[in-house]
Every structure is written in C-alpha cells, then in structure tokens.
Design a protein around this ligand. Structure first.
Ligand SMILES: Cc1cc2nc3c(=O)[nH]c(=O)nc-3n(C[C@H](O)[C@H](O)[C@H](O)COP(=O)(O)O)c2cc1C
Length: 402
C-alpha cells in the first residue's frame, strides 16, 4: 500500500537557502498521493516565492498569521482547523531561529503558531551553516525537542551555501521522504481509541528528606511506547516516575515518585484501560523507616532496613477483567528466557518483553534497545538492535491483535 496516499501533511518552510529543495519535497509528496499545505515564515519568502509552493501543492500558501479577508483560509481560527486536519507536520528547512522558538513555545508567526497548536507528530529537517548548526544553543534546542518526542531528519555533512564544507546541510529530499513514510507507517491509527495505560521511568524510595534509593531507568522506553501508541490513535495514560522527558499534548501524564504512589495511581487508572504496559523500573524494596530529618554521619556504619514494595503487575493480575491485557518487561542478566516465562505465568501476562541491560546498546539510559518478545503460547521472537521508537512500534504490532 502507498503509505502517503491521502495523508494530510503540513510542510513548514523557513528562511534558508535549502528552501528551494522543499519545492522538490512538495512535488514528491503530491506525486505519492499526499495532500500538502505549505506554511512559510516571512523570511522563507525571501528565498522562494509562495507562488511556487502554492502551484506545486495545489493549495494556497499561508504566510500571514492574520490572513486577508479574501483568502480561502480566512477562518479566524485557521491554525486550529489546520492543526486538527494534519496527519504529520514537517518543517524543512528548519532554521536555527525557528528551532529555538519551537523549543521555547514562542508563537510569533503563522508557522510557529501552528506548531504550538499541533496535534500530529512533528518532523524537523534542520539546515544551517556549520557554526550555527553546531552552536551550543542550537544543539541544546535540538536535544530538548528530541526529548519532547519531536523527530529529526539529521542534517548532513557536505557543501554548504556559504561555499564552505561541513555539517549543517539539509538532508536530501529522498531521506526526508523516507523518514516521513517511516513515521506515517508507524502511525496507521490502528490503535484508534484503544485505551492504553503505561508506567514508565524509575521510582525513588526516600531514605531521609534528601536521599533516596533509585535506579538508572531513563523512562525512554515507556516514553517511546506512549508516543508511538498516541500517534497510532490510542488514548494513552502514562504514570511516570521522575524523568526529564516531556510528552506530546494529548497524552494524560501522571507524575509519581515512589513505588507506592505508582501502585496507587495504577489501581486508580487500570479500570479505565484495556491494555496495561508496565515499562517502569519499580523499586523492589523501600526503606522501612524514612527519617524526617537528614541523617547525620555520626557512625562508621549505617544500616537501612528494606521492606518489599508491592509488585504492581502481580497485584493488578489478581483483579483484571477478561478483556484487559497485561504486558510486562523483564530485565534479566542471566537465564533471561526461562526466568521471563516464569514471571509471565506468575503474573498472568499476555506478553513479556525481555531485555538484558548488559548487551551493548540495550537497556537503560540509551536511545536503542534489543528485545525478545515472549508470548503466552510459548512463542519467542527476537528483534535486532533498534531505536526505542522503532522497538515501541514492534511491541505495539504484537499487542494490537491480542
Ligand atoms: C542568504 C542567507 C541564507 C541563510 N540560510 C540560513 C540557513 O540555512 N539556516 C538558518 O538557520 N538560517 C539561515 N539564514 C538566517 C535566517 O534567514 C534568519 O535567521 C531568519 O531570521 C530566519 O527566520 P525564520 O526562522 O522565521 O525563517 C540565512 C540568511 C541569509 C541572508
């Protein structure tokens, strides 16, 4: 199936030389059956005429935040209408200036206003002179946006408009097109209105008012699952321990700190959901006594008595209804498959996702993972090392027909 057919794509164009390449991008998108609405910054109009884009896209181009009355798009809330219309928002080229504005939520022109109102995934193809591209501020903004679930088709090394050679050249049109297809193919709306509850991140178990027992979970796997499920149309609720990650608007996010808080939130939310994916790294133990003041260093040794936290999945499995599906993660460093099948049986799971953090590129803190999925019927399916977003889509593919 042609994945681009009838897909609704907003293309934002910023003020850089690479704006001319976006004309080819529009032509390719239209050729593959997509509907395209182009929105340009005033600076972009210095490089390519809106007439070129309106001819190629067969649609009026938006430049002004307050369109003229005679315009076809002149509903006063055009940005909300367009935000709801789109399946995907692409910005190519994205300037250093616009990337920064998006990261800080500035909405001072038609393009940035539409970005702040968006309901669809956002893909950014940056382009800039090497020094601008590599500047600390720009790299930080790109990194921040990645953490917020924004996709990037990375700039490439090559000849720049300045005549210099270096990093910052916008990716080629084919590369951006492939990325668009990849995002849209993980985004069939095949989980439309499915109610999915995900736990994510670590838990912190306080020892005293300033110290805690925690773990290395970054929450990236749960975040990728939540974003991928949301983009595929699910109603997603995330219960997350402390992380730096931001979630797209539209995902219900409940912040917790301890395993006990996570347990209570899961019990609250579980009844409203049909699928529960337990991706959090919940602390197995907590200090029996939490000191109300900072513990002093006045003895050679210090002992903390630990007691077990509730096993959230096990508790939930005791009262789950027939139509509710439980998915667990298993972090094992030895006998992974055997131990994970045992866990699956004990907690009445439909699927268990096994990963070994000792494998290169897998587990906590990294953007990639290598997993094996075990099913209730005994099947074992291993996947190669992939980015967590791709892994998330693989997992959702296995879950959707349970
Ligand atoms: C010839 C020329 C080429 C430019 N190319 C780029 C570029 O590739 N990337 C970039 O970030 N800024 C570039 N700029 C600077 C932007 O046009 C400028 O920062 C502008 O304010 C961006 O506005 P916008 O983000 O609203 O489109 C260029 C400027 C000129 C004069």
């Amino acid at each position: 199936m042609e994945i681009l057919k009838n897909k609704k794509i907003i293309l934002g164009v910023c003020g850089g030389i690479a704006a001319y390449k976006s004309c080819f991008l529009v032509r390719e998108l239209i050729k593959h059956g997509a509907e395209v609405r182009v929105i340009m910054t005033p600076a972009a109009c210095e490089f390519v005429s809106p007439l070129t884009f309106s001819t190629l896209s067969r649609n009026e181009v938006i430049v002004n935040i307050f369109p003229e009355k005679k315009s076809n798009t002149a509903t006063s809330t055009w940005h909300i209408d367009l935000a709801l219309w789109a399946d995907l928002f692409v910005i190519a080229p994205a300037t250093v200036n616009t990337i920064s504005k998006i990261n800080y939520g500035i909405a001072d022109n038609a393009l940035t206003t539409l970005v702040s109102a968006r309901r669809s995934p956002l893909l950014i193809a940056p382009a800039a002179d090497e020094d601008m591209y590599n500047s600390f501020e720009n790299q930080k903004n790109i990194n921040d946006l990645k953490l917020k679930g924004v996709f990037f088709t990375e700039a490439e090394y090559g000849e720049l408009a300045s005549g210099l050679t270096g990093f910052g050249r916008m990716a080629e049109v084919d590369e951006i097109l492939n990325h668009i297809k990849k995002i849209l193919s993980g985004y069939h709306k095949d989980l439309l209105k499915r109610k999915i509850l995900i736990t994510s991140g670590p838990t912190y178990e306080p020892i005293d008012v300033v110290r805690f027992i925690g773990n290395r979970s970054s929450g990236k796997m749960g975040h990728a699952l939540a974003c991928a499920a949301f983009y595929r149309g699910a109603n997603v609720t995330v219960i997350t321990g402390p992380t730096q990650l931001k979630y797209p608007n539209g995902i219900k996010v409940i912040h917790v700190v301890t395993a006990e808080e996570m347990y209570k939130a899961v019990i609250q939310e579980f009844k409203r959901n049909e699928i529960f994916i337990s991706a959090a790294a919940v602390s197995d133990f907590k200090p029996k006594i939490v000191s109300k003041s900072k513990i002093k260093k006045n003895s050679e040794k210090f002992f903390i008595e630990l007691i077990q936290n509730k096993d959230i999945l096990l508790e939930v499995s005791k009262f789950k209804k027939k139509n509710q599906k439980l998915i667990g993660f298993s972090v094992e460093t030895e006998n992974e498959i055997e131990n994970s099948f045992e866990k699956m049986k004990k907690k009445k799971l439909h699927l268990i996702i096994v990963n070994n953090p000792l494998e290169k590129g897998a587990g906590f803190e990294v953007d990639t993972n290598k997993i094996t999925i075990l099913r209730k019927d005994g099947t074992v399916k291993s996947f190669p090392l992939k980015f967590k977003f791709d892994i998330a889509n693989d997992i959702l593919n296995e879950i959707k027909d349970l």
